[in-house]
Design a protein around this ligand. Structure first.
Ligand SMILES: Cc1cc2nc3c(=O)[nH]c(=O)nc-3n(C[C@H](O)[C@H](O)[C@H](O)COP(=O)(O)OP(=O)(O)OC[C@H]3O[C@@H](n4cnc5c(N)ncnc54)[C@H](O)[C@@H]3O)c2cc1C
Length: 387
């Protein structure tokens, strides 16, 4: 059985749905083929279930790509205000949590329902539980599935990255790119918790759940946000951000007291001792972390010189992670379809007319904080308007 459409989109995630809505609104007959049993599963778990759907301060500098200019055009033509207008049209309550990050007040489900309603209104057909067997070229594209062949002059690949395989992530998007001779930039998990080496794990991981505001740096990049100790290592926004820059084997520097004179209180205490040092550290660290850290970095004496050394150590706690938690826990995948292969205006392949790639499958990755969804909306809209 052959189903004929103007466009077939693979993946009913953030980018695929946005693309389908934009194309449907322009009168295109669109089918979205989704492997999972419901659309937008990753949106549902995003932002701790509240979906950090965009960022007010979104700029091209918030994205990594081999070509840092590639994302500019799409981001300029679909801005955070465009998505906010859609959210407000559906009376979805939201708030700014921090640093321009917008979250739903209630649930990420509001965003998925909004996208589903928009899709229906635009006449989009979403086909769930679709196992895709093959892609063939024949006067356009034929997508072979268990429920028959889908034929269209246009094929949009919106299958996302490799993170969270249990939610349905597959390598299909990269496989299709390879099938048509396109280059892929090396992929790796990003925005991912780090696993500490065995020594550090023994020393800190019983403090799982403890968090602190820190500045972390590696390979010339740094982020000032929260760090969270986990059962196997470190997480929290600061660590997720720096994980994208961390290359195995390198160390990460953690400033436990950014911008503070950490030992001021001890230096000026009537009696310089461990109690004074602990209460100094507790000004900026939770009690359990302050105590543990001091136990492990106790000054040998209470001289000015020893306190200078303590001050330096507080600002430069060096950890050498054993690895990352991998795609199982990564929020995103860096790398992907090489942007040199695509038009930055439409996301269409430069060499194969009718083939588009959008969202996370493309070599464009955002910082933590709503930027990845903004890329999915913007690249989806760019392609949807070009179909
Ligand atoms: C835990 C977690 C929390 C996150 N929180 C945020 C956040 O708050 N803010 C933010 O900006 N970003 C967040 N992200 C990142 C964000 O979810 C992604 O960047 C975004 O969803 C990418 O959109 P996409 O449409 O490209 O891919 P996806 O949303 O992943 O959609 C791809 C779709 O393709 C389908 N698919 C895959 N393979 C096949 C196949 N073979 N056949 C058919 N269908 C297939 C998948 O099932 C999926 O529905 C989070 C990610 C995770 C994992």
């Amino acid at each position: 059985m052959i189903h004929k459409f103007d466009a077939v989109i693979l993946g009913a995630g953030a980018a695929g749905l946005m693309c389908a809505i934009e194309a449907g609104k322009r009168g295109r007959r669109v089918a979205v083929l989704e492997r999972a049993n419901r659309a937008g599963k990753k949106i549902l778990i995003s932002g701790g279930g509240r979906c950090n759907f965009t960022n007010l301060h979104c700029r091209p500098e918030h994205f990594y790509s081999a070509n840092p200019h590639f994302a500019k055009s799409a981001l300029a033509r679909y801005e955070p205000s465009d998505f906010i207008a859609l959210v407000e049209k559906y009376h979805i309550a939201y708030h700014e949590k921090t640093l321009g990050q917008l979250f739903c007040d209630r649930s990420a489900q509001d965003i998925v329902e909004m996208l589903e309603t928009e899709s229906r209104a635009a006449g989009v057909q979403i086909v769930l539980n679709s196992e895709i067997h093959e892609i063939r070229r024949a006067d356009g594209f034929i997508v072979g599935t268990e429920s028959g062949d889908f034929h269209a002059p246009v094929l949009v690949v919106a299958t996302g990255g490799l993170s969270i395989p249990k939610l349905g992530a597959t390598s299909l998007g990269y496989d299709i790119a390879r099938q048509f001779g396109m280059e892929i930039r090396e992929t790796k998990p990003a925005l991912v918790p780090l696993v500490l080496n065995e020594t550090d794990r023994k020393q800190y991981c019983d403090l799982a759940g403890v968090s602190a505001e820190v500045e972390v740096s590696t390979n010339g990049s740094s982020f000032r946000e929260k760090l969270l100790i986990t059962h196997r290592g470190l997480s929290g926004p600061a660590i997720l951000q720096i994980s994208t820059h961390w290359r195995g084997q390198s160390s990460i520097r953690i400033d436990l007291a950014p911008g503070r004179d950490a030992t001021f209180v001890v230096r000026n205490a009537k009696e310089r001792n461990t109690t004074a040092a602990r209460s100094a550290l507790q000004e900026f660290l939770p009690k359990r972390l302050a105590t543990r850290w001091l136990d492990l970095h106790a000054p040998k004496a209470w001289t000015n010189r020893a306190l200078e050394e303590l001050e330096r150590a507080v600002h430069e706690w060096v950890v050498e992670p054993a690895g990352t938690e991998g795609y199982e826990k990564a929020e995103v995948t860096v790398g992907g379809v090489d942007t040199d292969e695509l038009s930055s205006k439409t996301m269409e392949s430069r060499n194969l007319a009718g083939l588009f790639f959008i969202g996370e499958v493309v070599d464009v990755t955002g910082h933590l904080g709503g930027f990845n969804f903004q890329w999915a909306w913007a690249s989806g809209a760019a392609a949807g308007r070009a179909l």
